[in-house]
Design a protein around this ligand. Sequence first.
Ligand code: SF4
Ligand code: SF4
Length: 509
Amino acid sequence: MARITLNGRPIETADGALMIDVAKEAGIHIPHYCYHPALGNPGNCRMCLVEVQGAPKLQPACRLKAVDGMVVRTDSPAVQAAQAGALELHLVNHPLDCPVCDQSGECGLQDYYMTIGRYKSGVAEDKRHMAKRKPIGPHVMLDQERCLWCTRCTRFLANVVKTAELGIFGRGHGQVVDLAPGKVLDNPYSGNVVDICPVGALTDRDFRYKVRAWYLESVDSVCPGCSRGCGVQVHTSTKRPWHNEGRRVARLKPRYNPEVNGHWICDEGRYSYKTLDQDRLGKVLRLRPAPAGLSAVGTELSWDAAWKEIAGRAGELMADKGAGGLAVIASGALSNEDWRSFKKLFVDSWKVVQFLFAPEPDQVGPEDSLLRRKEKVPNLKGGEALGFGTEFRSMSWDALARSIEAGRIWGLYVVDRDVAGVWGPAAAGLLGRLDFVVFQGPFKGGTGDLAHYRLPSTAYVEEEGSFTNFEGRLQRYAKALAPLGAALPDWEIFEGILARHRAGKGEAL
Ligand code: SF4
Ligand code: SF4
């Protein structure tokens, strides 16, 4: 351990710890641009200079290691003058774009100017002009004038993703950040450069000019894009009008979680919000007249009526044909709360024995060694914890189709799976043979149109709950938005049917 004195306060810290981290831990922010805990400390921005007693000149805190007895000041007049001077240098060529810049409100230059800058500009010459809006990949726009050459983006691409699409070219007045010859920034993690750029040089092409940062509300959540379960923040702007193109979520940002995703998320997860409000189910519908005693086609029902009908019809068919002929298709998209009610309804009460949870073929995709996992659902482990383990995942879609053709299955309850996508044109014929088909999910898809009952469930941003990731880590997510239409969380739908089923049998609720 090292005992140091920081701004007059005695502090005990690990010997050799970086002063910029020691200060942060002690609640003292030292200005910086180039330093990033996951990307290293090149020390090129010169913003983090501090005064060390006995040292002949100021030292960069991002490279200064704590040594026993060290006396450090981060707020002396010499430090403030040096930091203001470094800031002035960064701003010499920086354009006065703040009124139209997307980074405005969350910009390192703005923030430091207000705290350590506020000098009178001594620049009489014109500012340097360079490319203002250069699309460098599907997601990222580059403004070369705004760059202050901190090299965070180039270090992220070279050292974390190892694709090195961006580089710093030229020297002195001609220095510029740009794409390496022949490269395009289209790797699966490209959006992270927008998060780490401390200014508005790299902006998100989807988010640009949509909403000002200070109108955003933020909720902590977990990405459901794969079984990694990266920490994210859901940014919405529901109280202020914005150019939302029919979407309520403005953007997703990574939420630092050292145990799961560190500082990063993948582009697949980051941009998943763009389809969250597309093709959503909002009404509880009875779609076909096939079940005995029911007549209307495409009739909207109240939840209570739908629960009663579904519980009644399933009860009749189970009494008549046995629970063995009912198959349930679900997935690791269910939360832990959903899985619990799922088990209560289908296993404990209805005694269903045929389940299919295999993520293949509609819920698998590319994986890599950084974050992305093959299973594109967040919570297979949660199902496993309740007894829905790998044996259920090995049940094949082909075997189920053959059982339907052979007449061994009379009903299918599909929870947020794309049966029509898996079985293709054969799906209509297969489902048409059944007496009872329920589709429950947030999105329309082809399967919902083939069901007798179509039940709208909430998307993850419209509910609170928890997922258990592939390593068994339980993570909670919060509600960011009101549900669309009549949508309810899956667990509430299962509980509604269960309550009507029990009431029909005269059991206590
Ligand atoms: S583009 Fe942004 S992250 Fe990259 S060097 Fe410039 S300021 Fe730093
Ligand atoms: S790695 Fe998986 S959990 Fe993480 S952001 Fe990407 S899709 Fe979401």
